[in-house]
Design a protein around this ligand. Structure first.
Ligand SMILES: Nc1ncnc2c1ncn2[C@@H]1O[C@H](COP(=O)(O)OP(=O)(O)OP(=O)(O)O)[C@@H](O)[C@H]1O
Ligand SMILES: [Mg+2]
Length: 372
């Protein structure tokens, strides 16, 4: 049957295509003390051209998740189970040799530190062209021409001259642009960006994030933006998944996540974003308590030992992800933020002598509600 739909319909259909469907993905590492449950049952789906932000504090499993999806978890002590469908094709259990064919041309990753992903003794131009020649069957001249155009598109000034630079001859921001160019070189469908800007100063950070967003729009790429900073994904991601101890504890379109956050951990992350209204040098609220042990995680809700609202039920029974009233929003909490039960839980904890750090964390929220 011939396709008689209009170009607009075709574009809409293309953008409705689920590119990645992840179901109950787990990656555990066997160590002497037991099993590190770094990713412990993550599910999500993301369409073509969309951006998913994955947010969580250090050790919550963001990098292991991204690497598990790409099949890059080559540690011999790792076991990955569950399902990752990439455009309908199952990737979990696919042999590394077959996965390698997807790297670069279908999925690519920009890492946190450009120095670890660039080879310090090879000129940047050659690092780009090698990549293209391996995947795209380009001649030397074609690859050089494309590499220079790509360097131009990521706004490297004088790309013809920079082509012959070694990485150490470039600034940090420029090196990160080269890494983005390498990731884009073979036209991937999905771009993973794992904390791509943490090593850079704030102005360069914004430039790099904007550049990636522009490249994403131009190429209809799907992007997974991994960061510990909710501020980085605000306005950049269509949807946000908040990770805690290897699980997604809240997931929502970006707007509702910020205006109607339900999980106390999301609220704590939100409080740790610098506010423009704050005076310079104001100390940010750190999240009270320590990240959980991933070998023997706390019983019940894994956030309960650090949560100012936790009740007996939270320590006994792990909450399932439940659907909120707004579309696409889900959270895993027995006493969600913004409810009467949540307020009562906090008051009863305070009356029972909540540890100082948690009480302060909760009170900050109460004050913000009053003054905000
Ligand atoms: N090969 C390994 N063996 C054992 N544990 C591991 C291994 N690789 C990662 N881990 C553990 O898995 C957990 C999740 O690590 P991951 O790097 O995904 O965290 P993250 O959220 O990316 O943190 P960050 O923000 O610091 O980058 C950590 O506790 C880490 O120590
Ligand atoms: Mg990481």
């Amino acid at each position: 049957m011939s396709d008689t739909s209009s170009p607009i319909d075709q574009t809409a259909a293309m953008l409705n295509e689920p590119v990645l469907v992840v179901k109950d993905l787990k990656t555990h590492f066997a160590v002497a003390a037991g099993s590190v449950k770094a990713v412990d049952g993550v599910s999500f789906s993301i369409n073509r051209g969309r951006t998913l932000g994955i947010v969580g504090e250090s050790g919550s499993g963001k990098t292991v998740l991204a690497r598990s999806i790409m099949g890059l978890n080559v540690a011999s002590n790792a076991t990955t189970t569950g399902s990752v469908l990439y455009r309908g094709r199952e990737l979990v259990g696919t042999p590394p040799k077959e996965m390698k064919e997807l790297w670069g041309s279908e999925m690519a990753m920009v890492f946190q530190d450009p120095m670890t992903s660039l080879n310090p003794v090879v000129k940047v131009g050659r690092q780009l062209t090698e990549h293209m020649r391996a995947h795209l069957d380009y001649s030397k001249t074609e690859a050089r021409h494309s590499a220079i155009e790509l360097l131009r598109s990521v706004r490297i000034p004088e790309p013809e001259a920079r082509f012959d630079n070694y990485p150490h001859e470039m600034s940090g921001g420029m090196r990160q642009r080269v890494c983005i160019a390498i990731a884009l070189a073979c036209g991937p469908m999905v771009l993973f960006a794992d904390e791509p800007t943490t090593a850079l100063d704030v102005t360069v950070q914004h430039q790099i994030l904007n550049l990636m967003a522009q490249q994403q729009r131009d190429r209809h790429m799907t992007m997974i933006l991994v960061t510990h900073d909710l501020g980085v994904v605000a306005g950049r991601a269509d949807e946000i998944a908040v990770m805690y101890a290897g699980k997604v504890v809240e997931k929502a379109p970006t707007g509702p996540l910020f205006t109607n956050m339900r999980h106390p951990y999301t609220e704590a992350l939100f409080r740790s974003i610098p506010k423009t209204s704050q005076a310079a040098h104001t100390r940010l609220a750190a999240i009270a308590g320590r990240p959980p042990d991933l070998i023997e995680p706390p019983q019940g809700c894994k956030f309960s030992p650090r949560c100012p609202y936790a009740q007996e039920r939270c320590r006994d029974e792990e909450p399932e992800l439940q659907i909120a009233t707004d579309p696409g929003h889900a959270f895993a909490c027995h006493f969600p933020v913004g409810t009467e039960e949540n307020r009562r839980a906090y008051e009863s904890n305070l009356a029972a002598g909540l540890p100082q750090t948690l009480a302060v964390a909760g009170r900050m929220q109460a004050t913000e509600e009053v003054t905000g």
